[in-house]
Write a protein that binds this ligand. Structure first.
Ligand code: NAD
Length: 488
């Protein structure tokens, strides 16, 4: 590692952040964090036990009443300060992110700004928590509604957006007056640990946010979710784990938000601007090396323009530089681990065995880290496993269709429903198709939907609940209705 890299990692707290203090895990256990671009260890972090997790819950529960009672403006200003500190430390945070996750520095800087934006947005929303007052239809009583913080929220985040997934959950929770136990993914704990120091510096009272890193996510989560003091679980990760957690949350009727996997169709009609579609396809596919729940997973292209679109896309993909994210000319970093390489390799070989052809790429390169070539495959069957599973890698797979009805059928032919992308210059067609798509989000002539000011989330196996936008804060507020006897 270069000197600057060693210093950036050294600055991050490696303990558990509980009750405003950095502590070691019970028994002093640690686990190792790896740089996926070199496959060598970066550092050790504390490995929380169930006992540690309960200590974090004690702290969050102890801090709740006082935090919930603070004036909204007070909470807003702390969250706003945290936004400003994140932006001021953008370079440092981006470097840590690139080291633990692999994405190129330019993308890491983009994620830092995106992550900070959730704090900026929810600092603004903290002072707009509202209720209603109205006359009941019989004219006798009055209806008053008020919103109150949900209590202690447990947040579980994935490795692919290590900072943004934490702020997207924490921003609205803190704005609402809830307190937090956050458990980041084992692969990428450093961004969340860096965030703990930032929140401390911003003036967040001790115990309001607690961060535990652990190599036992199942055991720790089970213990927390069995505890009566927990009221809410917010999870971002795979559908498989989301279903386990939703079932477990059901036992205690915890409030739940689930941001799960996707299988996004990217539909290009023959009346689309093809160059625009290719440019946006590069973003929808290659952001985060394809390791995004919003990543375009199936390119559904009108058969009349499929060759032109695929060739232009393959040309753009073949000019990308694959390498370590810290190098200035890198466009595509490594995948997260060997399991990711194995999955992408097997999806590509299965597609080829079922008749697809490779236009560019197609192979892993494991000389140093977990690299996979930017790949375009054409002639993919909608029944092959690459069309049915999240690829989570830099592989664009093109399936053709012959008319609008077939495009919609193919797009909806998945258990997932997170996002879809539609490319057309015909507004009526665009709106007709968008209404027919069973997804929580749609990009119209745009390959990127993420925006702190917009409600992010899915339907079907992609989960429920919304993060960001005006809706995000509602996930951390309970609604109370008061019936008022107007004539008493
Ligand atoms: P994952 O489900 O394996 O892990 C996500 C988190 O869950 C990690 O923190 C992990 O430690 C924890 N976890 C794993 N097993 C657990 C268990 N039994 N109990 C409790 N916690 C457990 O997913 P991943 O492979 O790390 O992340 C990629 C997935 O996340 C993809 O499916 C992707 O689509 C999804 N994702 C969704 C969104 C969204 O907003 N919809 C955003 C980013 C990623």
């Amino acid at each position: 590692m270069a000197l600057g890299e060693v210093e950036a990692v050294a600055k991050v707290g490696k303990g558990l952040f509980i009750g405003g203090k950095w502590v070691d895990a019970a028994g002093g256990k640690t686990f190792s964090v790896e740089d996926p671009s070199t496959r060598s260890p970066l550092c050790e972090v504390a490995d929380a036990t169930i006992e540690d997790a309960i200590a974090a819950l004690d702290a969050a529960h102890g801090a709740f009443e006082a935090w919930a009672a603070t004036p909204p403006r007070y909470r807003a200003e702390i969250i706003r300060r945290a936004y400003e500190i994140i932006m001021a430390r953008s370079e440092e945070l981006a470097l840590i992110m690139t080291l633990e996750m692999g994405k190129p520095l330019a993308e890491a800087r983009g994620e830092v700004a995106y992550a900070a934006d959730f704090f900026r947005w929810f600092a603004e929303e903290a002072v707009r928590i509202d209720g209603r007052f109205y006359v009941a239809p019989d004219g006798n009583s009055r209806v008053l509604t008020m919103k109150q913080p949900v209590g202690v929220a447990y947040m579980i985040t994935p490795w692919n957006f290590p900072l943004a997934m934490a702020t997207r959950k924490m921003g609205p929770a803190l704005a609402a007056g809830a307190t937090v136990v956050l458990k980041p993914a084992e692969q990428t704990p450093l961004c969340s640990l860096a965030l703990a120091s930032i929140l401390e510096e911003a003036g967040l009272p001790a115990g309001v946010v607690n961060i535990i890193t652990t190599s036992d996510p199942a055991g720790v989560s089970e213990a927390l979710m069995n505890d009566d003091r927990l009221r809410k679980v917010s999870f971002t990760g795979s559908t498989e784990v989301g279903k386990i957690l939703a079932e477990r949350a059901g036992r205690r009727l915890l409030r739940v938000s689930m941001e799960l996997g996707g299988n996004a169709p990217f539909i290009v009609f023959d009346d689309a601007d093809i160059d625009l579609a290719v440019g946006q396809a590069m973003i929808a596919k290659m952001r985060n090396m394809g390791e995004a729940c919003t990543s375009a997973n199936r390119f559904l292209v009108d058969s009349k323009i499929a060759s032109e679109f695929s060739e232009k896309l393959a040309d753009r993909m073949s000019h990308l530089n694959v390498g370590r994210g810290t190098e200035a000319d890198t466009n595509v970093g490594p995948l997260i681990d060997q399991a990711a390489i194995d999955k992408v390799t097997s999806l590509v070989s299965d597609a080829v065995a079922n008749g697809a052809a490779i236009l560019t790429g197609g192979r892993a390169n494991l000389d140093d880290g977990y690299f996979f070539e930017p790949t375009v495959i054409v002639g993919t069957s909608s029944n092959s496993s690459i069309s049915k599973n999240e690829i989570f890698g830099p592989v664009a797979s093109v399936v053709t269709f012959n008319d609008e009805a077939e495009a919609i059928d193919l797009a909806n032919g998945t258990e997932y429903g997170l996002v879809a992308y539609v490319f057309t210059n015909n507004l009526s067609r665009g709106l007709r198709v968008i209404e027919a798509l069973k997804t929580g989000m749609v990009g119209l002539n745009q390959g990127l939907v993420s925006n702190a000011a917009a409600p992010f989330g899915g339907v079907k196996d992609s989960g429920f609940g919304r993060e960001g936008g005006f809706e995000g804060i509602e996930e951390y507020l309970d609604l109370k209705y008061v019936a008022i006897n107007h004539r008493a």
